[in-house]
Design a binder for this molecule. Structure first.
Ligand SMILES: Nc1ncnc2c1ncn2[C@@H]1O[C@H](COP(=O)(O)OP(=O)(O)O)[C@@H](O)[C@H]1O
Ligand SMILES: [Mg+2]
Length: 283
């Protein structure tokens, strides 16, 4: 590509994913402008030499939200779009949206106080799952088997002090096989999918789950695409559970890792992301 098109990439660190993205851009002859999420500052005037599109790869939800807004302020399209980052990066907002769009999700209640969370847990029943609204890699999640255990976790959370720790996402524990499903959606297509198998109830690849390529049924393929579409579309990794009452969508990740998925499937996910970003930048 020699028409001066430039890709911006907003990063925390260069992981294998970002290395893949940089290599894919290089292979396509696309120059990359790198922005470090801890160093960049945004003035109100539009700076010179902006990229044609900004690919967000920051691991921080907060930084992702503000940075994509700042680039949008300069008229630079971002992948994902600021609204998508904001919504999909917050499990509460995302779950509301998925439910509004008729995407099946586990039974979930939101509570804004520890006592209210206990009431929500009673209604959901035990075992239940407590999740932070923002987070990944299965961190700070708890499967609680009894009200006593729940009470203690809620106390700990409230003691942390920050308002966000007193926002509770309470979910039914879904009886599932020893695996979940991750489908990687780029634009209107699922580009790769895998099972993540673990003896632990949290089957995140980052927690050491064993991964295996999955051939999605047309039903699951459609569900993943509908979930991505529901939060605004773009580059989104959709986590799904196979429950006794059919597939359920757990979350839709707006800045997904894909090293494990690339390894399991051999799909050129980095290349697909770069091609999609270019398409967005040329719109
Ligand atoms: N309600 C649930 N029932 C059963 N397993 C769950 C439930 N919620 C999450 N899990 C397990 O925990 C993992 C992480 O949950 P997820 O909602 O995807 O959060 P994270 O953003 O931390 O990945 C899932 O991949 C799944 O294996
Ligand atoms: Mg997940």
């Amino acid at each position: 590509m020699s028409d001066g098109f430039r890709l911006g990439i907003f990063v925390t660190i260069i992981r294998p994913e970002e290395k893949g993205i940089l290599a894919a851009a290089d292979a396509r002859g696309i120059p990359v402008q790198r922005y470090d999420d801890g160093a960049v500052t945004f003035g109100l005037e539009r700076p010179e030499a902006l990229p044609d599109v900004l690919l967000n790869r920051s691991v921080s939800h907060t930084r992702s939200v503000y940075a994509t807004r700042c680039f949008a302020h300069y008229g630079v399209p971002t992948v994902n779009a600021p609204e998508v980052v904001e919504l999909a990066g917050d499990k509460i907002l995302a779950t509301l949206r998925l439910a509004e769009r008729g995407v099946p999700v586990p039974r979930t209640e939101i509570a804004l106080d520890a006592e209210a969370a206990m009431t929500a847990l009673d209604r959901i029943g035990y075992p239940a799952v407590l999740k932070p609204a923002v987070g990944s890699w299965g961190r700070l999640m708890a499967k609680v088997d009894t009200p006593e255990a729940a009470q203690q976790i809620l106390e700990h959370k409230v003691a942390l002090g920050a308002p966000i720790h007193s926002v509770f996402y309470v979910q039914e524990y879904v009886t599932k096989p020893d695996r979940d499903l991750r489908a990687f959606v780029v634009g209107s297509e699922v580009v790769a999918a895998m099972y993540r198998r673990s003896t632990e109830w949290r089957t995140n690849a980052a927690r050491g789950a064993v991964t295996e390529a999955a051939a999605l049924s047309p039903e699951l393929d459609e569900l993943a695409r509908r979930a991505a579409e529901a939060v605004g579309g773009g580059v989104l990794a959709v986590d799904m559970l196979e429950s006794p009452r059919g597939p359920l969508v757990l979350e839709v990740n707006p800045t997904p890792e894909f090293k494990a998925l690339t390894g399991a499937t051999g799909a050129d996910i980095a290349g697909r992301i770069v091609d999609y970003a270019v398409q967005v930048g040329r719109r």
